[in-house]
Design a protein around this ligand. Structure first.
Ligand code: SF4
Ligand code: SF4
Length: 309
């Protein structure tokens, strides 16, 4: 929530915005320019050309490279932690999941299996009203706040107060609102899995990294598993943590850790975070099993035939 607030407030506080009226990029209250004097293109000398190339590299290419490096670096160190904890769009999708769960008993509009309906008739009315309000207020607020990255927020609010919009502001607010509304109703985390470039970069670099943050399972505790499936129900990325296989969709949100600890008691759950290949449980407890959960393995050894995961 704090990160969303920061994203919404950055243009208002002049931390970062492009002013399409003055054609200026503003960073921390200062106009970011190439630092070239007027008439620089009239200087035909080699030193003049070198100066222009250097300024262009330092003020345009280098900052972009630094920005583009953020997500690979995050992925290398933390896997998809950003997606699980900071992404504003992910938060919006989680809210949509939460309200859908409260209203229909299922987290996703497309899933058939229930995820714990835990609200009575009266609760449904409240959640229905909340869903309706969220579907209007959040996309509109998002539209206004994000349009502020291209049009001065003061100008936008003046236009809202006077109800007199320029085409750019109208298009920005309506376009962003429609995008937020439709993705949060129909697409949700499918976008995180298959479309988002930031997510894909973290996924790729987290996967190849020998030291990124990962979810691990202590297979020695597998016998304690009650097969409650709370870990699966909690995972909005549809990972089955008990499979104990590295899954590129895992965003290190920790929901399965909390769900299992709730079921088995604090600190007794099967899952934990680890850095790289290391494991906070004894190393042999974290060896990957291929496609079979400790629970099922245990049951198989006991001769009980149960449906495989
Ligand atoms: S497997 Fe666990 S940590 Fe990973 S996304 Fe699912 S709930 Fe979050
Ligand atoms: S791993 Fe934990 S949360 Fe998942 S089914 Fe077993 S006991 Fe339940």
């Amino acid at each position: 929530m704090s990160f969303i607030l920061l994203i919404f407030l950055m243009p208002v506080l002049d931390i970062l915005r492009y002013d399409s009226a003055t054609k200026e990029l503003i960073i921390f209250g200062q106009v970011w320019s190439l630092g070239l004097k007027e008439g620089f293109y009239a200087d035909p000398s080699a030193s003049g050309a070198f100066h222009i190339a250097l300024q262009f590299f330092l003020k345009a290419i280098l900052p972009w490279l630094a920005i583009l490096l953020i997500f690979p670096l995050l992925g290398y160190l933390t896997g998809r932690l950003f997606c699980g904890w900071l992404c504003p769009e992910g938060t919006l999708f989680e809210l949509a999941d939460y309200l859908t769960l409260k209203l229909t008993g299922r987290r996703s509009l497309y899933s058939k299996s229930p995820n714990d309906p835990d609200t009575g008739k009266f609760g449904k009315l409240i959640y229905g009203a909340l869903a309706f309000a969220s579907a209007i207020i959040i996309p509109l607020l998002g539209g206004i706040a994000l349009t502020g990255y291209f049009v001065a927020p003061k100008t936008i609010w003046n236009q809202i107060i006077n109800w007199n919009f320029t085409l750019g502001v109208k298009a920005g607010i309506i376009g962003i609102s429609i995008y937020m509304l439709t993705t949060s109703i129909f697409v949700r985390h499918t976008l995180c899995k298959f479309v988002c470039a930031a997510g894909l970069m973290q996924m790729l670099f987290g996967w190849i990294s020998p030291l990124s943050l990962r979810l691990k399972m202590d297979i020695a505790k597998g016998k304690d598993c009650t097969d409650c499936k709370e870990c699966e129900k909690a995972c909005f990325m549809n990972v089955i943590p008990r499979k104990n296989k590295r899954d590129i969709s895992c965003v290190n949100c920790g929901a399965c850790i909390a769900a299992c600890n709730k079921e088995l008691g604090k600190g007794r759950g099967l899952f934990h975070y680890s850095i790289g290949e290391k494991c906070t449980a004894p190393q042999e407890n974290c060896k990957n099993l291929t496609g079979i959960s400790p629970y099922h393995l245990q049951k198989e050894q006991e001769g009980v035939k149960i449906k495989a995961l």
